[in-house]
Design a protein around this ligand. Structure first.
Ligand code: ADP
Length: 637
């Protein structure tokens, strides 16, 4: 330790101009007398003067602590400086205070400003070896210190931040893991550990993913990891299925994945980060809904039921492809309610409107109406709907179904027509019978046997007509209830035809009926029912043939069937009706047909009887020229 010898008695030496000049440019220093507790300032350097924010003249000769009173908020500063001075005096050693805080009073602001100092106190001895002066050299390290503090606190901040991030990663709902190039887990959070189900982060770190979960080897993961590391590009996928053993058996789980390469200092890929968000529940729940929707779609496709959803706020309707087809608007799946209404048959719009008004009251929509399709076809639709309300019970939407009910509607119309015609048909003979009965009751001409016989004949004719009618109704109900039976017996078809034809040959005055038998094999049929078929074909031939037209019956065989045909020279039938003519209640909408009595069930019964004989019924016809109805019966049924 170096010592400075000085003449203690000579304060004036330090106060003297020369010394002051010499000392002036020294680093920030102050020389004080070792006259504790005063510590009189005897010299200050320019730096000291500048940093102390006081004038040299003010300072010289004054006590150091008098000039720099303590900062009340930091009372330590002065005590420390004083202690250092006292130590220098006592120990005669140089005392260095590495860093201390000593706040300086700023007259401009009237505030104590924090300052950091590094301070050396060098003793100056007199000849007796006593400390007479102390050279205090201070380095203002406020800047460095503040920077260090800032640095410390930012380091602290960074550490805290890192801790927070770690915590966040650890508890994040997304599975996170860091891997080396060899798929060794370097870091794994709680979430990914739960997805793996092989222990917590501490247990899995340091292991290879594929050793940890061998079933993952069979997935594409390894090649995806390799790809990320080779290309250095991130891999992002949604709802990727990954099959692995999580709970003892291999099952499929779904994840949104994000694999990101990690680069080392020299920019080579050192591993990768993986983020895995499990969406198994969502995917399965959605699949369930999708499957249910698909089943519903298939069911509605199979049953031909269309569906619709009307937004009651906007008046916009969205609907299924089936409904688009029904409306004759394929490929268009939404329109306004008005547009949809405009597709309805004008006579039925009021029905749809009425049903809508009712739905607003009852919550249920039900309507049957006609649609005028773009292809000019008219089809009947049955519409059902239900109003959906919000929590305030205000109607929000109406959703429902639509079915093509054209067939059943036509059937219903035909049935209604049938009932009307049938009542009329029964009423006519009943009216005649009543008239004949009243005539006989009056007793007029009853002695005329011939006259009475002719009346009786007419009564019988009407009764036969009614009997036929009643039987055909009975047959119809038997067919519908599946109770019709075929009783086979060996029959000579020539004789059978003759039996039926003879009635017509004898009674029918307006139409010649011809039958020329050819040799036929004996055949096994239900005699009465086949007679009923021939009778029906003959009566139709006469009914739909103008007066004088010839009716011919033929019977012949081909390789394996016996064919009976009835040909007329009547009104004929358009080819469009050929397929439908054997349907129940089907009558051609034609004036000539309407003028002839009938209910559209004769040919339906014929077709049923022939079907029960495993035969075939059909016709050839030319409108205006005539028709040939035929049936084939198998020779070896
Ligand atoms: P209907 O009691 O009306 O005669 P059918 O079932 O016997 O009932 O016949 C159905 C429809 O087929 C008839 O209404 C008629 O329009 C047509 N039809 C049947 N036979 C003939 C025929 N020989 N010539 C022209 N049209 C016929």
């Amino acid at each position: 330790m170096g010592r400075v010898n000085a003449d203690a008695k000579e304060d004036s030496f330090y106060m003297g101009k020369d010394f002051q000049l010499f000392f002036k440019s020294s680093v920030q220093s102050v020389i004080v007398k070792a006259d504790a507790p005063q510590f009189t300032i005897v010299a200050v350097s320019d730096d000291f003067e500048r940093n102390s924010l006081r004038k040299r003249e003010e300072l010289l000769g004054r006590g150091l602590f008098e000039m720099f009173p303590d900062n009340v908020e930091n009372p330590d500063g002065r005590a420390r400086a004083e202690r250092a001075f006292m130590d220098v005096i006592a120990t005669k050693n140089r005392i260095t205070l590495p860093v201390y805080k000593y706040d300086i009073f700023t007259p401009e602001t009237g505030k104590m400003v924090p300052h950091y100092w590094s301070n050396t106190n060098q003793p100056v001895f007199n000849e007796a070896g006593e400390v007479t002066y102390i050279i205090n050299t201070t380095t203002n390290i406020t800047r460095q210190e503040l920077l260090r503090e800032l640095n410390d606190s930012s380091q602290d901040y960074l550490l805290k931040q890192q801790e927070r991030i770690n915590k966040m990663f650890l508890n994040a709902p997304v599975g996170m893991a860091l891997y080396t190039r060899d798929y060794i887990i370097e870091y794994a959070n709680e979430s990914i550990c739960r997805m793996w189900n092989r222990g917590g982060p501490k247990e899995v770190v340091g292991k290879s993913l594929f050793e940890l979960i061998p079933s993952l080897e069979k997935t594409d993961l390894k090649s995806i990891f390799d790809m990320v590391m080779e290309t250095g590009k991130a891999y992002i996928s949604k709802e990727s299925p990954i099959s692995y053993d999580r709970t003892g058996e291999v099952s499929v789980y779904y994840f949104d994945l994000h694999f990101e390469p990690i680069y080392g200092l020299d920019k080579e890929v050192t591993g990768f980060l993986s983020l895995a968000n499990e969406v198994t529940e969502q995917v399965l729940a959605r699949r369930k809904v999708e499957n249910a929707e698909e089943r519903l779609r298939l069911a509605s496709e199979a049953t031909g039921i269309g569906s619709w959803d009307l937004d009651l706020q906007t008046g916009q309707v969205i609907y299924s492809p089936i409904l688009a087809e029904l409306l004759g608007q394929p490929g268009k799946f939404d329109m306004s309610q008005e547009q949809m209404w405009s597709l309805l048959h004008p006579d039925d719009v009021h029905l749809a409107n009425k049903a809508f008004e009712e739905a607003m009251e009852t919550g249920i929509y039900h309507c049957q109406c006609r649609v005028l399709r773009a292809d000019e076809q008219v089809c009947w639709i049955g519409v059902m709907g239900k109003v959906m309300y919000d929590t305030g019970k205000n109607p929000q939407r109406m959703i429902g179904t639509v079915m093509d009910i054209t067939e059943s509607k036509q059937e219903e119309i035909k049935k209604n027509d049938f009932i009307a015609i049938a009542s009329h048909e029964l009423k006519t003979p009943l009216t005649s019978l009543k008239a004949y009965a009243q005539f006989l009751k009056s007793g007029k001409n009853v002695s005329d046997v011939g006259f009475v016989a002719s009346i009786a004949g007419r009564i019988e004719g009407q009764i036969n007509k009614m009997t036929k009618l009643v039987y055909s109704f009975l047959d119809l109900s038997r067919i519908e209830s599946g109770k019709i039976e075929v009783i086979l017996e060996e029959v000579d078809m020539n004789q059978l035809i003759r039996e039926v034809a003879d009635d017509y040959v004898l009674q029918e005055k307006n139409h010649p009926v011809r039958f020329e038998p050819v040799e036929l094999p004996v055949i096994s049929v239900d005699k009465n029912k086949i007679m009923q078929v021939i009778d029906n074909l003959l009566s139709n031939a006469i009914k739909y043939t103008p007066q004088g037209g010839l009716v011919t019956i033929t019977a012949q065989t081909d390789d394996d069937a016996l064919i009976v045909s009835v040909t007329d020279q009547g009104i004929g039938i358009e080819s469009t009706h050929v397929r439908k003519i054997f349907e129940r209640y089907y009558r051609i909408d034609d004036l000539q047909v309407k003028n002839a009595s009938g209910f559209g069930i004769g040919l339906y019964l014929c077709a049923d009887i022939i079907k029960r004989h495993h035969g075939e019924i059909g016709l050839h016809s030319e409108p205006g020229k005539g028709s040939t109805f035929y049936f084939k019966l198998p020779l070896n049924p």
